[in-house]
Design a binder for this molecule. Structure first.
Ligand code: SAM
Length: 199
């Protein structure tokens, strides 16, 4: 089976076997833990515009961001989603019918959007084989991010003392425009981080 098929099958079976929407998006903790791990994204959404979650799963992240944004400010953010799994996008469309026309099925490494986005969020680069990660990042930055837009990598967890991902991106010539960091709520030795890259 092709690499992407194996990966897709893993995510689809794992997420669809979960019994609540949070777990169906890949998060193992409770709602308070989820909030702690993801709320930092709001620091990066600094203007109104379009936002795509690359690797959308069942849409729980976007549903949460939309709820939190509505609670705190007046930015108008137009949300989109892309996932390689037809089954997960099908589930997302059933859960979130208001967004169903903005949800796409496709391999993010091959898919090219008709219109670029102000914010492009990808949790990790592991959606492609490791040796393709640099090209994947380049593909997202060049083909997805609008002028004056922002590519958001994370939130992800990393050993507090390591800046491995930042070092890797920098070695490819992509120096982050900024980052957000907070402690992991389960271990002082682990950091939750987001790197972002402005165009
Ligand atoms: C860790 S989940 C992220 C879920 C969501 N972004 C969130 O934060 O709740 C990863 C998702 O990426 C999708 N995915 C994996 N490889 C992909 C690819 N090459 N193109 C598009 N989606 C992919 C999986 O099907 C899975 O739903």
């Amino acid at each position: 089976m092709e690499w992407y098929e194996i990966n897709k099958t893993y995510f689809t079976e794992h997420y669809l076997s979960a019994d609540n929407p949070r777990s169906q998006s890949g998060h193992g903790g409770d709602e308070q833990h989820y909030f702690h791990n993801h709320f930092m994204l709001l620091d990066i959404i600094t203007k109104s515009g379009s936002f795509i979650d690359v690797g959308y799963a069942n849409g729980y992240l976007i549903e949460s961001l939309n709820k939190w944004l509505n609670g705190i400010n007046t930015l108008q953010v137009d949300f989109y989603g892309l996932d390689i799994s037809h089954e997960l996008i099908h589930l997302a469309k059933k859960r979130l019918p208001n967004w169903k026309d903005k949800l796409y099925t496709g391999n993010a490494f091959k898919w090219i959007p008709e219109n670029k986005f102000d914010f492009v969020c990808v949790k990790e680069l592991g959606y492609v084989p490791q040796k393709m990660e640099e090209s994947f990042f380049e593909h997202l930055f060049n083909n997805y991010v609008a002028e004056e837009g922002r590519l958001i990598l994370g939130p992800y967890s990393e050993e507090k003392m390591s800046r491995e991902l930042e070092g890797q991106l920098s070695s490819w010539g992509y120096i982050p425009s900024g980052y957000i960091e907070r402690s992991h709520n389960k271990s002082i030795n682990v950091a939750r981080r987001i790197l972002y890259f402005n165009k």
